[in-house]
Design a protein around this ligand. Structure first.
Ligand code: NAD
Length: 333
């Protein structure tokens, strides 16, 4: 197995698929062998562009013995069933975020992949950046001491045209949520990866400005298992004021990640130099790291760097916020 490349298919040739194509192209250990899109013209266009087989029928793609891994770049509400179908066909899966829009679906995905002995990776490219990894190491080494306040801010601007641009956007059935589930999940994942698991939360999440079913704005208060407190602010209404930050305070100092840059690193009584990282753009570079990692995981029979189980806690936080908003109560994990 290790002498050959892992053979990939990209399913869903829309907006984010470009970063999967780039990732497959960059990885020496991977090759693209097929594409699939329910839209016939799009499937054909991408098949010709990449000189590979083009499918419009996902089940037929899954029956293709030349495919080892499927990259699911389809609307979020399809990920669960498509993952389970792929697992049952013996394919490994790289699943776009969110891995699912219901926790029970995420559990079914993890279980199906474990039962079938296939690998499931969930895309969280912000974890791959050298800056995020550096911060993670500082935290794991205890450089911030006991964490006290850990918060994430993820404020973007998406106007009504964005939500109207594809029928699935902004719907409970296929987007599964809004500012938190679609845009905020990367920051929420990073926050829990760095600050640890959340024990309880109380949140509000609703559509304030956009004509959509799901939230365009959310605020959440958090208690981490470590005892630290925190908050999340997420919106798609921040006109010309994007804010993309993780702020971590502990008894030994403060770290702020702004976008993908460490903008504050103050440790009491110690000077920690921020290394000069290679230029890294989360999309597509983060995808490229994860896709190469999946190729290596398949070739060397090991787990990918972000598994299905790893992808679940951010989903719990998001769905917990929706439940808290609906029920006006605190959610305990
Ligand atoms: N990681 C990131 O930074 C990032 C960024 C954007 C989107 N995403 C995620 O990627 C997914 C897709 O988002 P997008 O913006 O690319 O959407 P999109 O609407 O641009 O593309 C989706 C594609 O899937 C195709 N499709 C729909 N049903 C299909 C089916 N049954 N079989 C095969 N193809 C099918 C559509 O025709 C379309 O080409 C979503 O889950 C989204 O949350 C991730």
């Amino acid at each position: 197995m290790s002498e050959r490349k892992a053979r990939f298919a990209v399913v869903g040739c829309g907006g984010i698929s470009f970063s999967h194509f780039i990732g497959i192209e960059r990885a020496e250990e991977a090759e693209l062998v097929a594409v699939c899109d329910a839209n016939e013209n799009r499937a054909e266009e991408f098949g010709i562009k990449h000189n590979v087989k083009a499918y419009t029928d996902y089940e037929k793609l899954l029956a293709d013995p030349d495919i080892d891994v499927v990259c699911l770049c389809t609307p979020s509400g399809m990920h669960a069933e498509q993952t389970i179908m792929a697992a049952e066909a013996g394919k490994h899966i790289v699943c776009e975020k969110p891995m699912a829009i219901k926790l029970s679906d995420a559990d079914r995905m993890v279980e199906a992949c474990e039962v079938m002995g296939v690998k499931l990776a969930t895309i969280f490219p912000r974890r791959m950046s050298p800056a995020s990894r550096f911060v993670k190491k500082l935290l794991d080494d205890g450089k911030l001491g006991k964490l006290s306040l850990c918060s994430g801010y993820v404020k973007f601007y998406r106007d009504q045209n964005y939500y109207d641009s594809a029928g699935w956007r902004g719907t409970w059935a296929m987007d599964g949520g809004g500012a938190m589930m679609n845009q905020g999940i990367h920051t929420i994942d990073l926050l829990q990866w760095l600050a640890g698991r959340v024990e309880s939360l109380h949140g509000y999440a609703r559509s304030v400005l956009r004509n959509i079913e799901v939230e365009d704005t959310a605020v959440v208060t958090l208690q981490f298992k470590s005892g630290a407190l925190g908050s999340i602010e997420a919106t798609t209404t921040a006109y010309k004021q994007p804010d993309h930050r993780i702020v971590l305070h502990g008894d030994k100092g403060t770290i702020v990640l702004t976008g993908d840059e460490i903008t504050t690193l103050d440790i009491i009584g110690e000077t920690v130099e921020i290394p000069a990282f290679e230029p890294f753009s989360v999309v597509p570079d983060g995808h490229a790291v994860q896709i190469r990692d999946m190729a290596l995981a398949v070739l060397h029979d090991r787990q990918p760097v972000v598994t299905g189980r790893d992808g679940k806690h951010s989903l719990e936080i998001i769905l917990g916020t929706y439940e808290s908003h609906r029920s006006h109560r605190e959610i305990l994990f």
